[in-house]
Design a binder for this molecule. Structure first.
Ligand SMILES: [Zn+2]
Length: 267
């Protein structure tokens, strides 16, 4: 007698538990079915979006060779994602480098190789109308490409933006010097030993303004602003850019080179 209610209670609770489980299972089933269908739709949608992006990306890159690593480099093209990679690749390919200058309508004269040993210069050319001052010394083709890009992408726009004038002279204090780093008696040779570097001391603008690394680097005025932005822009065009920020030896010039072992050393 005493067991019946408890047995009934047990039955009740079992039924309740069973229906709860079924309800849970039922709900789980429905939810997972819905999630399953949704996931399937989303996969198809994702694939469609990816395919559309791929097609649009290919069309965009075809119209923007500056973003396409496989497109021939032309210095007239605006700077893009692939520009620096393509410039740095020219360091190991003298013929291709000269083709790029020709394609970009940069005037230059190819010169015979000169020197020997650590100061052998197989790659020498003279730029035709770059506003280098006081002379246009022979240099490697990659340095010439770097100078062209620097002028187009940085120096000219910067001179216009800050001073409303154009670049009249880029003053250099040397390209070739058969010497080791910092003129030491031993150790690695400088990039200057092969004419693969140029030291820039200042600029003269069309309106007569003179900007000197030694005299105008410090401060907050327009000349200092120009020099800092010119340094930053050189970092995009050359493998190595050293400025007064680097050390005392560079207090009066920017050292720009096309060292083939690294890129984007920017100090
Ligand atoms: Zn130098």
């Amino acid at each position: 007698m005493a067991r019946q209610p408890s047995a009934r209670r047990a039955d009740h609770s079992q039924v309740a538990r069973l229906s709860l489980t079924m309800a849970k299972k039922d709900r789980t089933f429905h939810i997972s079915k819905r999630v399953g269908r949704f996931t399937g739709d989303r996969r198809v949608l994702s694939l469609l979006v990816l395919a559309a992006l791929f097609v649009a990306g290919r069309a965009y890159v075809a119209e923007h060779p500056e973003h396409n690593p496989a497109a021939p480099l032309n210095l007239d093209d605006p700077k893009g994602w692939a520009t620096q990679t393509k410039i740095m690749a020219l360091r190991d390919d003298i013929p291709e480098c000269r083709v790029v200058l020709e394609r970009s309508a940069v005037a230059f004269t190819a010169l015979d190789p000169a020197g020997e040993g650590d100061c052998a210069r197989p790659d020498r050319l003279r730029l035709g109308d770059y506003p280098l001052s006081p002379s246009r010394p022979p240099m490697t083709c990659p340095v010439a490409v770097g100078l062209e890009l620097w002028q187009r992408d940085t120096l000219e726009p910067l001179a216009q933006e800050i001073f409303g004038s154009e670049i009249a002279e880029v003053e250099h204090i040397g390209v070739f010097a058969c010497r080791r780093l910092y003129g030491r008696g031993s150790g690695p040779f400088s990039e200057h030993a092969t004419g693969n570097a140029i030291d820039i001391a200042g600029f003269r603008l069309g309106d007569g303004t003179r900007i000197s690394v030694l005299g105008d680097w410090d401060g907050e005025d327009d000349k200092a602003r120009f020099l800092r932005a010119a340094r930053d822009g050189a970092c995009d065009a050359f493998a190595t850019t050293l400025s007064p920020d680097y050390n005392e030896a560079h207090r009066d010039h920017f050292h720009l080179d096309m060292n083939s072992r690294w890129s984007s050393v920017c100090r």
